[in-house]
Design a protein around this ligand. Structure first.
Ligand code: GLN
Length: 473
């Protein structure tokens, strides 16, 4: 099983073809169908691509990702292929164009193997909100893989492809990475073009990778990042060489007191984070416990603003323009109502209603405007921390992966995001890297957040932390 691009490259150097690497992954996907990770395998286009890449390797003109086999979260467009955001409402819809991030991978000779299950429209923390059934955690099929990019996480953990793409609006890459023992990165807002990513909350959404090594994540972001004429929010900020390794000197790291003191954190996770802190101190880094008394505002602010944006973004799915249309409907109004009621699942409907409410004339100021103001305060206060610190360190998740069907009320599910929504509210880049193994046998991650566009520093410090990963219990 080839888990990293380094292993893929070694195999290629010793004569293995990309076609046979692909075949091995296809077999593994077959053998792991119980995980429900893939919604569709793009067998014929992947084989075609693999053959082309083999040809290029022979001719000595292959790209930087030659032979890397990549799965896409089912909210990324790939021309001529189905995309559904794991929703019934997009039934039968085929992408008319390819997302910029995906195109850049293909241009460097990656092979796109299929589309991966996720929570419907990326709304969820357990991948139980898919219209196509829940995804299982590769490390224990009775546990959730996290969400919303659960298929992407579990596929990497199970070695069903070399890497995957996910999207992170409030933690959907980092939380499943923590639950599956993989690496997950949410880049700075605007680092990677969102063109071709089905929008959930446009001012929060970012595309990012899941991998089995830091190097693969750095390389993928390097390839995907940069300006794009199709996305005005894609930054023109210089793209650094994230994949080149530099050992950082002594750094100053802020640890948010309230995160480690919060009620829901598993004591073993807390202990492991503290152990990591001690190890960093011993290496000469400065750790400061800072107070950031806004933790309780994060999740509510996130849900006011993201549901508002979702209610607007999802209004295009009306039973006329895309995918599913109710057979039972007569007339325009009824077509809208029935198609949307039948096409969207319960969580998506809940969020559209919540978002419509917070944007309604009578409540706009009380909720939406207030939410925007709180977001600004969170951004200002976070910038203040970064004036004086290189990074912020915190747990990725309060617990390890939980049982399927265990978390049933929406508020408890929303609180899964307690540590991850921060980076989306403020736009900062953040990574979850595997930290340790709980006495229950499951992995968990640690989260490092950096100032805007400091992905290079983030990777370099993460490389250093990685050597300090602890195994508690
Ligand atoms: N779990 C969060 C939510 O349900 C985050 C989702 C995401 O990042 N796409 O909104």
């Amino acid at each position: 099983m080839l888990r990293t691009y380094a292993e893929v490259q070694n195999a290629i150097t010793s004569g293995t073809t990309v076609v046979s690497i692909l075949e091995d992954y296809l077999t593994r996907i077959q053998e792991n169908q119980h995980l429900n990770a893939f919604l569709e395998v793009f067998e014929s286009s992947a084989r075609e691509q693999a053959e082309k890449v083999d040809e290029k390797i022979k001719n000595g003109n292959a790209g930087r990702l030659a032979g890397m086999v990549i799965g896409l979260k089912d909210n990324l467009c790939y021309e001529g292929h189905k995309v559904s955001a794991a929703s019934k409402i997009l039934e039968g819809f085929e992408s008319l164009y390819t997302a910029t991030a995906v195109q850049r991978l293909i241009d460097e000779d990656a092979v796109i193997i299929g589309r991966l299950n996720c929570d419907e429209f990326a709304m969820g923390s357990s991948n139980e909100n898919s219209a196509f059934g829940p995804v299982k955690n590769a490390l224990d099929p009775n546990k959730v893989p996290g969400g919303s990019s659960g298929g992407s996480a579990t596929a990497v953990a199970a070695g069903l492809c070399t890497a995957t793409l996910g999207s992170d609006t409030g933690g959907s890459i980092r939380q499943p990475a923590s639950f599956t023992g993989t690496y997950g990165v949410k880049p700075t807002y605007g680092r990677i073009s969102r063109y071709g990513l089905i929008a959930y909350a446009s001012s929060f959404d970012q595309i990012g990778p899941f991998t089995n090594s830091l190097e693969d994540a750095a390389l993928l972001i390097e390839v995907m990042a940069g300006p794009d004429e199709f996305d005005a929010t894609a930054s023109t900020e210089n793209v650094d060489d994230y994949s080149s390794v530099e050992t950082p000197g002594s750094k100053k790291i802020a640890v948010i007191k309230e995160c480690l003191d919060s009620a829901g954190i598993d004591p073993e996770i807390k202990a492991a984070v503290e152990q990591q802190i001690e190890a960093l101190k011993n290496d000469g880094h400065t750790i400061e416990y800072v107070s950031f008394p806004y933790l309780d505002y994060m999740v509510p602010t996130y849900y006011v603003l993201t549901t508002a944006e979702a209610s607007s973004n999802l209004s295009r799915f009306d039973g006329v323009h895309y995918g599913y249309r109710s057979d039972a409907a007569k007339g325009v109004e009824e077509t809208y109502k029935k198609s949307r009621s039948e096409g969207f699942g319960p969580e998506v409907q809940r969020r559209i209603m919540a978002g419509t409410f917070v944007l309604s004339a009578g409540y706009y100021d009380a909720y939406y405007t207030k939410g925007q103001k709180v977001r600004r305060v969170l951004q200002d206060k976070t910038n203040e921390i970064f004036k004086d610190h290189d990074f912020v360190l915190m747990p990725t998740t309060p617990t390890t992966a939980f049982d399927l069907d265990a978390v049933t009320d929406p508020i408890s599910m929303y609180l899964q995001d307690i540590y991850t929504v921060h980076a989306n509210l403020t736009g900062n880049p953040a990574i979850s890297l595997p930290l340790g193994k709980h006495s229950n046998g499951l992995p968990f991650g640690i989260q490092l957040m950096a100032p805007h566009f400091k992905e290079k520093a983030l990777f370099n410090f993460a490389r250093l932390m990685e050597n300090k990963a602890v195994t508690s219990a």
